[in-house]
Ligand binder design. Structure first.
Ligand code: NAD
Ligand code: KPL
Length: 303
């Protein structure tokens, strides 16, 4: 069965190259004839890992190609994912599987509701990759991928294909807890690095602010039925800050490069969830307001 990969950016290329390298049938879906022509000129995808670069001549196609899609890996940003799937919706086979690699929450649920005929598998990834150039990706950080189906059900048989491709994976029986935990870490750390214009480690000078945010995030997670994601949140926030002290957060880098952030699926999702639970969480709302103002001053989208 083919793997169709929608979103040939950093993470999508990292998955596509490893799967193709292990002999799986992979097809990349590019959004326009211009992108397809550029891709064909490049001769495929290049992945650099451990200072070695290799070209993978993976076939690519446009969204309106004719082959039905049975397994779709969606690696667009959260704000593009639903629109990108809509372009291939007529090709989705009944009972197809859609793997959603987006960070944060909100986009996955919208997709699962819109295409109920598909089995949506949510993925939380701590691997790191960045685009060196068009169709050239660098594998920047080893990590883990947790996959799970929020509606339950058994682990798919193709997890073994991921193992053969060297894609680290663990099947999670509570993928929402994983995604909420990562969302909470990202909400505590990333916006503050943008607003204080600093590396992760410098946030240790703002412990009171971190602690106030963690308190509200714990309240949100517990009220939202995610007690596991709330457990020792502040301790983990501090451990992550220490372990990544020299790094700039992903949101910091997006803002620095003038790229749209995934704020609506991180802090925005946290604030909307708090409102729908009737919780007053003033620090989170103030952080959200302040961050949107900061983005708007730089001409970046605030959603
Ligand atoms: P990216 O911007 O590098 O890649 C997204 C790709 O999607 C781009 O190539 C874009 O052209 C493509 N795309 C957008 N709309 C499309 C459409 N309609 N049809 C076809 N392609 C379309 O982003 P990324 O860094 O790979 O991140 C993808 C997701 O993975 C994000 O939610 C991110 O938070 C998450 N994530 C990324 C990393 C990482 O290290 N890069 C790690 C963990 C999680
Ligand atoms: O995931 C991260 C990011 O930068 O997006 C960390 C390092 C955990 C900071 O929130």
């Amino acid at each position: 069965m083919s793997w169709h990969v929608l979103g040939a950016g950093a993470l999508g290329s990292l998955w596509a190259a490893r799967l193709a390298g292990a002999g799986a049938t992979v097809r990349i879906i590019l959004r326009s004839a211009q992108r397809l022509a550029d891709y064909q000129r490049a001769g495929g995808l290049t992945l650099t890992a451990d200072d070695l670069s290799r070209l993978y001549a993976i076939p690519a196609e446009l969204p309106d190609a004719s082959e039905p899609i049975q397994r779709l890996l969606v690696a667009c940003k959260a704000y593009d994912a639903e629109g990108a799937i809509a372009q291939v919706a007529s090709r989705l086979s009944s009972g197809c599987e859609i793997l959603l690699l987006q960070n944060g929450l909100g986009s996955q649920q919208a997709i699962a509701e819109r295409w109920p005929q598909a089995r949506c598998i949510f993925v939380s990834s701590t691997e790191g990759a960045y685009r060196e150039d068009d169709f050239h990706v660098v594998f920047a950080g080893r990590g883990q991928n947790w996959l799970g189906d929020p509606n339950g059900g058994s682990a798919p048989v193709w997890l073994d294909e991921l193992n053969r491709a060297g894609i680290p994976q663990t099947w999670s029986s509570d993928i929402l807890a994983r995604l909420w935990r990562k969302l909470a870490l990202n909400c505590a750390i990333n916006p503050l690095t943008v607003l204080h214009d600093c590396r992760n480690g410098e946030l240790l000078q703002h412990r009171e602010q971190l602690s106030g945010l963690c308190e509200e995030l714990v309240e949100l997670l517990e009220a939202g039925g995610q007690p596991a994601a709330a457990s020792d949140l502040q301790g983990e926030v501090l451990r992550v800050i220490e372990a990544t002290a020299a790094n700039y957060s992903s949101m910091y880098q997006d803002v620095r490069l003038g790229r749209r952030t995934e704020i609506a699926y991180l802090l925005g999702h946290a604030c909307r969830s708090a409102d729908s639970l009737g919780l007053a969480l003033p620090r989170l709302h103030e952080l959200h307001r302040h961050l949107r103002e900061h983005l708007s001053q730089r001409g970046l989208p605030t959603d």
